[in-house]
Design a protein around this ligand. Structure first.
Ligand code: UDP
Ligand code: MG
Length: 175
C-alpha cells in the first residue's frame, strides 16, 4: 500500500563535521521525495531529551544526548541539519537508504554503513536520523519545525494571537 507521508531527517553533528552533507543529500535524492522543510539547528539539552525520549532509561542516554548536542570527543560542534522529506512511503524509503542503527551491521551501500562508526564509548555515531513510523514522524516534525517553516500543509494547525501553531503540540503529548 502506498501513501503520502512525511519524515524527519537529521544530519547529525558527526555528519556535518565530516563534510557529508552533500553526499547524504545526494543519496537521499534517489528517493525522488520532495524536501518541504530544511534548517540548521543548535541542539540544546531540552531538545536532545525530547528527541530521544524513548531512550531515557538506557545506560548510554547521557552519551547519546552529548552526541546529538555535538559534543564530539571533547570538541563542541553544536549543530544539526533538520529536513522534512515528503512523498509516497517517505518513511520507509528514507529508512532503507539510511541503513541499520548499528553502523557495523548496516549494509555498506547505505548512509550509515558507508559513513557511521562506533565510538570508544560505544555510541553509534551513524551520521543520520530518520523517523521510524508515522506517529514518530509526526511527533518529531512538530518538535523540530514550526508550521510556517514547512512549505506544504502537513498537519492541522490552530490560530493564536501571534500566528499559527501545530494543533497537537509535542509538549502536550507524553514526552
Ligand atoms: N544508539 C546507540 N546505541 C544503541 C542504540 C541506539 O548509540 O544501542 C543511538 C544511535 O545513534 C541511534 C540513536 O541512538 O541512531 C537512536 O536509537 P534508535 O533505537 O531510535 O535507532 P534509530 O531509529 O536511529 O535507527
Ligand atoms: Mg529511532
Amino acid at each position: 500500500m502506498s501513501q503520502i507521508e512525511q519524515t524527519l531527517v537529521l544530519i547529525k553533528p558527526d555528519g556535518l563535521k565530516k563534510s557529508l552533507t552533500g553526499n547524504i543529500l545526494t543519496k537521499l535524492s534517489e528517493t525522488k521525495l520532495r524536501i518541504v522543510g530544511a534548517k540548521m539547528v543548535c541542539v540544546n539539552e531540552d531538545l536532545a531529551k525530547k528527541h530521544y525520549q524513548h531512550l531515557t532509561d538506557k545506560p548510554f542516554f547521557d552519551e547519546l544526548k552529548n552526541y546529538i548536542m555535538g559534543n564530539l570527543q571533547g570538541e563542541k560542534y553544536q549543530r544539526v541539519m533538520a529536513l522534512v522529506y515528503r512523498g509516497e512511503n517517505a518513511i520507509n524509503k528514507v529508512r532503507e537508504l539510511s541503513g541499520a542503527t548499528n553502523p557495523e551491521e548496516a549494509d555498506p551501500t547505505t548512509i550509515r554503513g558507508a559513513y557511521g562508526r562506533i565510538t570508544t564509548k560505544g555510541i553509534y555515531e551513524n551520521v543520520i536520523h530518520a523517523s521510524a513510523n508515522p506517529a514518530e514522524a509526526e511527533r518529531e516534525i512538530k518538535l523540530w519545525f514550526k508550521p510556517k517553516e514547512i512549505v506544504d500543509d502537513l498537519y492541522p494547525v490552530v490560530k493564536t494571537d501571534t500566528g499559527v501553531k501545530w494543533e497537537t503540540l509535542y509538549n502536550k503529548v507524553k514526552i
